[in-house]
Design a protein around this ligand. Structure first.
Ligand code: PRP
Ligand code: ZN
Length: 286
C-alpha cells in the first residue's frame, strides 16, 4: 500500500479556510472536503482529517494524525508532545485579558482576587503566577466573552483578533499576554516515508510563501538608460534584458516586493522606463 500523510485541520472557524487555501496554493486538490470527517487529495499522498481545533494537538501527539495545522494558542495551552514544523503566518491573533469597559484599570494588580473566565486556563495560570497575581480561573469552553455580562466572572482571558467581539460585549482589552498564529505541528515519530511526504509539502508551502508580496515587473527603455534603471530595481537576482524590435531599445524583467512598489515605479518612470507591466507571482522556487 502506498504511504499517505494524514493532516488534521480545523473543521470550521478561523483556521479552516486559510489552511485549505494553503493546501490549494500548494497544488493539492482535495476531493470535496466539506461535510466529511476525512477527505483525500487527488494528486498528492495526503489525507485530510477535519477536527475541532482543541482536538488537533492530542490527535497529532497520539499519531491519529501525522501533522496538523493549529493555533499556537491551542498548542501552548495543551503542552502535548508534538514537533513544531513551521509557523504559517496566518490566523494571527492575540490572547488578552479584558475587563468591562467602564472599569478604571490601574494595572495587573486589579486582577488579585478576581474571577477570570477563559478557555485557556494553563496559559493564563502561567502568566498570573509569573506576575504574582492570585486570581480565580474559571474554565469555559466557548462564548467566554459573555461571562462578565451575566455575572459569571469579573474579567475574561480570550482570543482577540479584530476586537469586535470585545466591543459588542462592552469589554476592553487591558493586557496582551501572547501573540498567536497558525502553526504546523507533527508527530515526533514519523516514518521515513511520511517524513519524505512532509518534506515535499513544506517545500511547496515555502515556494508559495516566497512568492507572496512579490510582483513580476516588465518594462521597456532605451539601452542607454538601462544601467540607471537597473540600479533602481532591487531585483532578487540580476534582471533579465531582452532586445526589442525597436532599434536601441530593450525590455527588462525582474521581481520586486510589493512594499517598495510605488517608490520603485516612480523612480523607473523618471529614468525613462515605458510600458511598465506588473504581474502577480504564484510561486518562486529558489
Ligand atoms: C474567538 C474568541 C472571540 C473571537 C474574537 O472565537 O473566542 O469570540 O474569536 O475575535 P474578534 O476579536 O475578531 O471579534 P473563535 O472564532 O476562535 O471561536 P471559538 O472560541 O469557539 O474557538
Ligand atoms: Zn476553539
Amino acid at each position: 500500500m502506498e504511504t499517505t500523510l494524514r493532516i488534521a485541520i480545523q473543521t470550521k472557524g478561523r483556521l479552516n479556510e486559510d489552511s485549505i487555501l494553503l493546501l490549494n496554493e500548494s497544488g493539492i486538490k482535495l476531493i470535496d472536503g466539506k461535510r466529511r470527517l476525512i477527505s483525500s487529495a487527488k494528486n498528492f499522498p495526503l489525507e485530510v482529517l477535519y477536527l475541532r481545533d482543541d482536538d488537533i494537538p492530542q490527535c497529532v501527539a497520539d499519531g491519529v494524525a501525522d501533522v496538523g495545522i493549529v493555533g499556537k494558542n491551542e498548542m501552548d495551552e495543551q503542552k502535548k508532545v508534538v514537533e513544531v514544523i513551521k509557523y504559517l503566518g496566518f490566523s494571527k491573533c492575540r490572547l488578552s485579558l479584558a475587563v468591562p469597559k467602564d472599569i478604571e484599570y490601574p494595572g495587573l494588580l486589579w486582577f488579585n482576587d478576581k474571577k477570570i473566565a477563559t478557555s485557556y486556563p494553563a496559559i493564563l495560570k502561567d502568566f498570573l503566577d509569573k506576575n504574582g497575581i492570585r486570581a480565580d480561573i474559571h474554565f469555559i469552553a466557548g462564548s467566554v466573552e459573555i461571562a462578565p455580562g451575566i455575572g459569571l466572572a469579573d474579567a475574561i482571558f480570550d482570543i482577540v483578533s479584530s476586537g469586535s467581539t470585545l466591543v459588542s460585549n462592552r469589554l476592553k482589552e487591558v493586557e496582551v499576554v501572547m501573540k498567536s498564529e497558525a502553526v504546523m505541528i507533527a508527530n515526533p515519530l514519523l516514518s521515513k516515508e511520511k517524513q519524505a511526504i512532509l518534506d515535499e509539502l513544506i517545500f511547496r508551502i515555502e515556494s508559495v510563501e516566497n512568492g507572496r508580496g512579490k510582483k513580476y515587473i516588465l518594462l521597456n527603455a532605451p539601452n542607454e538608460k538601462m544601467e540607471q534603471i537597473i540600479k533602481v530595481l532591487p531585483g532578487m537576482t540580476s534582471p533579465t534584458l531582452m532586445p526589442l524590435a525597436k532599434p536601441g531599445w530593450s525590455s527588462l524583467h525582474s521581481v520586486i516586493t510589493e512594499s517598495e512598489f510605488w517608490e520603485v515605479i516612480g523612480n523607473l518612470k523618471r529614468n525613462g522606463a515605458e510600458g511598465i507591466l506588473v504581474l502577480p507571482i504564484e510561486k518562486i522556487i529558489f
